[in-house]
Design a protein around this ligand. Structure first.
Ligand SMILES: Nc1ncnc2c1ncn2[C@@H]1O[C@H](COP(=O)(O)OP(=O)(O)O)[C@@H](O)[C@H]1O
Ligand SMILES: [Mg+2]
Length: 238
């Protein structure tokens, strides 16, 4: 059996006296698309950010490709192959699309920048049309695409996405998930955090459900789509 690319073992995270993650254990294998679903405030973003050590786990262990990264710097984690498109699609507003993409190469340097930018323009044709446009003047969906493309510019082995569908119109959400499907088909390993359980579960090989800082359920995307508790809590009971 292959070693997981990412493994969390009994991870706790505290914000002061508040415990945001409670003994969280999960794993992601190479080439998988795994999602973490849960309501607002469940601890999803905290979990993603803890992989970069911000916030730092107060107990437990985080392993990336077999190396213990629990106490490593976020720079170490980024330059060893983890990239994140953070919640709220934080792009550099005054920079153009191309300049934003170049910022994504910081963990690895610019040696492959031209080639990789072309790949991003194939994956996201809209970004090509807008390559010289300032990010702040683009639509929410375009900014989300840019945030994902920027993360991919560091040639990650693991891509973390924090609520890529947040605040976007249904048609745009559909486009984003279609692109993620194409990306997954290239072999990219994706860990996706979403409140939009329907899209996330349909895309994912496996998923975890988080409730108030704990993993409540796990299974294949299909199993969880059929699970009554998941349907009631996250799919409007349908
Ligand atoms: N920087 C912070 N300081 C204190 N509490 C925080 C901080 N960030 C998040 N929290 C709290 O941790 C819990 C989990 O938040 P978060 O990880 O953002 O959840 P989610 O991403 O699932 O909406 C919430 O109760 C939230 O209020
Ligand atoms: Mg969040």
């Amino acid at each position: 059996m292959s070693e997981p690319i990412l493994e969390l073992k009994d991870v706790d995270v505290h914000y002061g006296v508040i415990q945001a993650l409670k003994k969280v254990s999960l794993h992601i294998d190479e080439g998988e698309t795994v999602s973490l679903i849960g309501s607002n405030g469940a601890g999803k973003s905290t979990l993603l950010m803890s992989i970069f050590g911000q916030p730092r786990a107060s107990a437990g262990q985080i392993l990336f490709r077999g190396t213990d990264i629990t106490h490593k710097s976020s720079h170490y984690v980024a330059s060893n192959g983890v990239a994140q498109a953070p919640e709220g699609r934080r792009v550099f507003p005054d920079m153009s699309v191309e300049e934003n993409l170049l910022m994504g190469t910081i963990p690895i340097g610019t040696a492959h920048a031209d080639e990789d930018m072309q790949r991003m323009f194939e994956l996201f044709p809209r970004l090509k049309e807008r390559r010289n446009q300032r990010a702040m003047t683009m639509s929410g969906g375009e900014q989300q695409m840019l945030a994902i493309a920027r993360a991919l510019m560091s040639r990650p082995k693991l891509l973390l996405l924090d609520e890529p569908s947040l605040g976007l119109a249904p048609i745009v959400v559909k486009q984003i998930f279609q692109t993620l499907r194409e990306l997954a088909a290239t072999g990219m390993t994706i860990f996706l955090v979403e409140q939009n359980a329907n899209h996330a579960l349909r895309l994912s090989d496996r998923a975890y459900v988080m409730v108030t800082g704990e993993i409540r359920l796990s299974g294949t995307g299909e199993e969880l789509l059929g699970n009554q508790e998941v349907r009631n809590a996250y799919l409007g009971g349908h």
